[in-house]
Ligand binder design. Structure first.
Ligand code: BGP
Length: 468
């Protein structure tokens, strides 16, 4: 709908930026950190690993100073579970606690609000070895880990995210590299265990940090039917339920989405639900919903020809499910250098869809453009394509606010260049350039890109500069 008068961004809007521990910190075995499922992934021939990444573990003070130069109001980052519990459970590694207390103290120096993700893909390997999320013991390990952080960091952290993109770990875990090869049946049992773990953490959170806020952080994309054919509309409804609403209905409504559950039963994927699980889940309601958005998705009806699951998807490229839906390219959308569709309007419809369904405050915790950025001879990085990307997405976020959506923050991916889940260092997302290549570490210099100056003005004017 067209608005004659746009609502302003809320007064204390959390203009931020995002990262994850494993994609930025490096120092993969420093100060007592244990191995994670990421560290033991088979090396890929043409792209770097995570042993050095962006060096954020050692350079965090310089990085935060640059974030402060940009005027960031918030910084969304994750804690490496294996720095706190090197074996996932058991002895706490005090050096790990100290590190994140220092990071948060540095943020507080500049009045940057820390937004802490408990778990962002990097499960401690020792837990994987004892069954990972197949094993219900991991639920208790997660609860112990979360409670330890609530006590250690709770004085300074107001906003907490439980699990990053649980839906992508379940639907694209092999591509993203977040765990061992699992059958679909195993994946949806793992998913159920993660839901119980999240609920137990939220219940303890209420006891320990009654004044702080906590929520899930799935990857959510509104799903379009490829045509107005009724079968395509049904396919979109199926994929919306399976990809999106299953993962938010459980924490927000305390139940499995009926279409998603019908899919699990039809395929024989339905998880075993232990006595008391759903009662626990029903007690643990989130305060807000954080979500990551990169693009809308388009699907058509399954052709029932055994080809629906063909091709390699990832978190932004849909594969299909036999008899349920099939991914389809959206011819109306441009693509990034890495083949992801770009749909700013889709952000508005996704914001409206989530808010309409759950009516909770929302924060965008990831949205960004992976591109081949270039460090020029004069030491600048000119990324007008990233400015255009965010200009269009911020405009749509403001339209959603004018539609009535309660959006309280926006943390683009990413604060600094980092290592992609599966496409290396070359796929740059940062407002701050890291001067290293896939295998040549160069000098790791941190350099603000032109987009960071543009974003600085957006933040300074609380979004007013978008209208110039
Ligand atoms: C999201 C993850 C982030 C980040 C982002 C970009 O799914 O939560 O960790 O990786 O995708 O994706 P990629 O790194 O695959 O380019």
């Amino acid at each position: 709908m067209k608005h004659e008068k746009l609502a302003p961004f809320p007064k204390d809007f959390l203009w931020g930026a995002s990262t994850s521990a494993y994609q930025t910190e490096g120092a993969w075995n420093k100060d007592g950190k244990g191995p994670t499922v990421i560290d033991v992934r088979p090396k890929k021939e043409h792209i770097t690993d995570y042993t050095v990444a962006s060096g954020h573990y050692d350079y965090y003070k310089e990085d935060i100073a640059k974030m402060a130069e940009m005027g960031l109001k918030a910084y969304r980052f994750s804690i490496s579970w294996a720095r706190i519990f090197p074996k996932g459970v058991g002895e706490v590694n005090q050096a790990g606690i100290d590190h994140y207390q220092n990071v948060i103290a540095e943020l507080k120096k500049y009045n940057i609000e820390p937004i802490v993700t408990l778990y962002h893909f990097d499960l401690p390997y020792d837990l994987e070895e004892t069954g990972g999320w197949d094993n219900r013991d991991t639920i208790d390990a997660f609860e112990q880990y979360a409670v330890t952080l609530f006590h250690a960091l709770g004085d300074s952290v107001k906003y907490w995210l439980t699990i990053n993109e649980q839906n992508m770990m379940i639907m694209h875990g092999n591509t993203i590299g977040t765990g061992k090869q699992s059958t679909e049946k195993e994946l949806y049992q793992q998913n159920h265990h993660m839901m119980v773990a999240q609920a137990k953490a939220i219940i303890r959170f209420r006891e320990i940090l009654p004044d702080a806020k906590i929520g899930p952080a799935p990857n959510i994309s509104n799903v379009y039917p490829a045509s107005s054919k009724p079968a395509d509309v049904l396919a979109a409804q199926n994929y919306n339920a399976i990809r999106n609403w299953m993962y938010l209905d459980i924490p927000c409504f305390g139940r499995y989405n009926h279409i998603a559950w019908a899919f699990l039963k039809e395929k024989g994927y339905e998880p075993e639900i232990a006595k008391g699980d759903m009662e626990l889940i029903a007690q643990a309601k989130p305060d807000f919903i954080a979500f990551n958005y990169y693009s809308s998705k388009t699907v058509e009806a399954s052709k029932n020809d055994g080809q629906d699951r063909s091709g390699n998807g990832d978190q932004e490229i849909v594969i299909g499910e036999e008899g349920v839906y099939r991914g389809k390219k959206n011819e109306h959308l441009e693509k990034t250098d890495f083949g992801w569709e770009i749909d700013p309007t889709g952000l508005r419809s996704t914001l409206n869809a989530i808010y309409d369904r759950y009516h909770l405050p929302l924060i965008i915790t990831e949205n960004g453009l992976g591109a081949y950025d270039k460090l020029e001879e004069d030491g600048t990085i000119d990324d007008p394509y990233r400015i255009e990307y965010f200009q269009k997405h911020f405009e749509q976020a403001q339209l959603a606010i004018t539609d009535g959506v309660e959006l309280f923050g926006y943390c683009p991916w990413s604060a600094i260049d980092l290592v992609s889940t599966h496409q290396g260092m070359q796929k740059r997302y940062g407002f701050i350039y890291i001067n290293r290549e896939e295998f040549d570490l160069k000098d790791m210099r941190r350099i603000r890109k032109n987009s960071s100056y543009w974003y600085e003005e957006v933040i300074r004017t609380n979004g007013e500069s978008l209208r110039k």
